[in-house]
Structure formats: C-alpha cells, structure tokens
Design a protein around this ligand. Structure first.
Ligand SMILES: [Zn+2]
Length: 376
C-alpha cells in the first residue's frame, strides 16, 4: 500500500505502518511543548503509543491466524492512527468461520487484559485506585505522578478492555458487525443477513451521532458518519458478490474495442475519450501482433489533454501495471481483483495467450446496474 513502510514480518505476513502514524509522535511532542509538560510526559506517552500499537498488531494477527486455519491467507497488516486492518485475501464464507475470525481479534485484547490483570493482582504493579477518578484527564494526572511501570500497566489494562469493547459494538466495519452478520447468516441468506446487520449498524451509528453532537463530541460524531458509510459499502459489496457469483469473464468480455498501438500518438486514445465511449485503453505491440504492452488510464489521458501533450508517443506514457485474465475466471474474483489492485481495464486471453478482448470496470459497473434493475 502506498505511503506505508514495512516494519516487520511475522508468521509470513508483512506488517506495514502508514506514514501518518508518525503524526502521533508529533502530536505528543506538540502537547508536551504547548502544555509545558516536560520530557517525562513525552517519553511515557510515546512508550504508551508503541505498546498500544503492539496490542493492535496482536489483535490483527488474531484475525489473520484464525483465517489461516480456514485456508484464507492474509496479504498484509496495515496500521494507521485510526486502527489496524488485516487485509484478508477473501472472507471465509461459512458463517461459523466468519464468526470465529471476527471474534479472534477482540479475544486477543481480552487475553492481554486478563494477563495484565493477573500480574497486577499478584504483584500489585498497577494502580487499581485510579479507576475511581472522575475522568480520563485526572486519571492520567494521577498516573503521571506514579512510576512508569504503574503508568504502563494501568493504561494498557484499560485500553485493551476498551479496544475489545469498542470492536464488539455490533456495527460494520467493527468486528462486532461481522460477528452479528455471521450469526444472522445461520438462519438467513448472506445477502439478507448483511442487509439486517447494516440496518442495525446504521441505527447504532445514528443514535451515537445524535448523542455525540448534542454533547459536543465532534470526533466521535465524525467516527459515526464514517461507520454509517462503511456499513453501506459492506452492503454493496455483499450484494454485488451475490450478483456476480455464477457469472464469468467470458460473459462480459468485449471483443471489439479501440486498439491503441505502441507507436500511436496519445491523441488516438484521447479522441475516443472525448467522445465518452471508452475511458481506458489497452496498448498493443502492433496491428499484426496482439501482445498487450500496457494500459492507458483515464486520469493520465485527461492530464495529457489539459497539458497539450496529446501528440506524444503512447510508448512513453503507458502503465505496465496490469495482468491478463482468463475467460473462465469468476466475475466475483475479477471484481475483487480490480478493486484491490485499482485496475480499470484488463486484457482477456485464452490458453494460447491469444487476446480475446477486454474487460473493464465500466463494463462491470454497467452489468451490476442492469442486474440490480432486473432484480435478479
Ligand atoms: Zn478487529
């Protein structure tokens, strides 16, 4: 993923950190300086954030390693300031498997919580009294006056419990939303189960939104807006999956399309784009040889029109990020591949690598729109 840096590889799964994660340290530095809190505050909070970061990584490995038991691999784990994501290749389809994969993340945090709690109870390292403080700020003030170990133990104890509870809220895209959907999918069909789960997620998001706004909790309000739309997105994906389930690339392949050749000018493509007929193009070796060399994407072409660069050779500007697909590929897999990789157009080839035609996102979207109208 762009803007991310690989920091570790565990169980064969790379862990990436998004650059914006560094902002957290600037934010701590800013707080330290602006509030005149001193270096102790800076180091303690930085250590705390690193520890939370590790807990979130463990949470994501909970999902990833449980998914692996059901034969679902994880591409990578990405951490950003708003949380972690384990990018699974696909979701396990059996309800019970999805249930266990979703539950595994929060269970990891509950596990960490219980371990910390036992250590605290046996060795008395943490500060139990602090939980009686009226608010978070005064709690942190008390902890900052104590020892570093007490500070870390107590905050991590609370935060792991908080992470588990937050993720168990039964609303997409939280783990709780998936847990709810998987339970609903036992009596219902997956599409119906998702609709119900999304409906519940949106009601919960709506209620929290009203509470947040009337209490001046702007950030919480924004999170609920995000949850509302993420829930809608989940609904779309599952509905699309159902529509695409028994359809194949051969049903959608377009054998006739504008062929752009290596030695053509960019203008060959932009003239078609201006007509609004085709938006992305395959670039081929020559009219005698159907080998696909790359693709021309719409944003690039628009840029070329604006900059008056239409009369430059295609060869200088084609993108080589593409892969060929086969006619027997399931449309559901194609849809996920194109979304995941950000492909807009792909060549379809047969066993002999002969070009049969193209498939593109535009065609896929038109197909989905029609299918939805037909209500099949
Ligand atoms: Zn999770």
């Amino acid at each position: 993923m762009s803007g991310s840096m690989k920091v570790a590889k565990m169980f064969g799964i790379p862990v990436f950190v998004h650059w914006s994660f560094l902002l957290l340290f600037f934010w701590i530095a800013y707080l330290t300086i602006s509030m005149g809190l001193g270096l102790k505050f800076f180091f303690w909070y930085s250590a705390l954030f690193l520890a939370i970061f590790i807990c979130v990584v463990f949470h994501e490995f909970g999902h990833a390693l449980t998914a692996r038991r059901y034969g679902v691999q994880t591409r990578d784990i990405i951490l950003s300031p708003i949380g972690g994501i384990a990018r699974l290749e696909k979701l396990p389809e059996k309800p019970i498997q999805e249930f266990l994969v979703a539950l595994a993340g929060p269970l990891v945090n509950i596990g960490i919580f219980l371990v910390l709690l036992s250590i605290q109870l046996v060795f008395g390292v943490g500060d139990m009294q602090v939980w009686t403080e009226p608010d978070f700020k005064s709690m942190m003030n008390v902890l900052l006056r104590g020892s570093f170990v007490t500070f870390m133990f107590t905050t991590l104890l609370g935060l792991n419990l908080g992470l588990a509870v937050f993720n168990l809220i039964p609303a997409f895209p939280m783990d709780g939303g998936r847990i709810l959907r998987s339970l609903l999918a036992i009596p219902l069909k997956r599409v119906r189960a998702t609709q119900v789960a999304v409906f519940i997620a949106q009601i919960i998001a709506g209620l929290i939104f009203i509470w947040a706004i009337s209490n001046g909790e702007i950030i919480l309000g924004l999170i609920t807006v995000f949850v509302f739309f993420a829930a809608r997105q989940e609904n779309r994906i599952v509905r699309f999956d159902a529509l695409l389930e028994n359809k194949y690339v051969r049903d959608l392949v377009q054998p006739s399309f504008t062929r752009i050749y290596k030695f053509d000018m960019v203008q060959e493509a932009t003239s078609r784009l201006k007509m609004g007929i085709e938006r992305n193009f395959l670039v081929l070796e020559s009219s005698e040889e159907d080998t696909v060399l790359g693709v021309l994407h719409e944003p690039y072409l628009v840029e070329a029109i604006k900059k008056n660069e239409e009369f430059t050779p295609v060869a200088n500007s084609l993108s080589q990020r593409f892969e060929t697909v086969r006619p027997e590929m399931n449309l559901k897999d194609l849809f996920h591949l194109m979304r995941k990789e950000g492909y807009t157009i792909l060549p379809v080839v047969d066993d002999q690598n002969q070009l049969l035609g193209k498939v593109d996102m535009q065609g896929l979207n038109n197909f989905l729109t029609t299918q939805q109208k037909l209500g099949s």
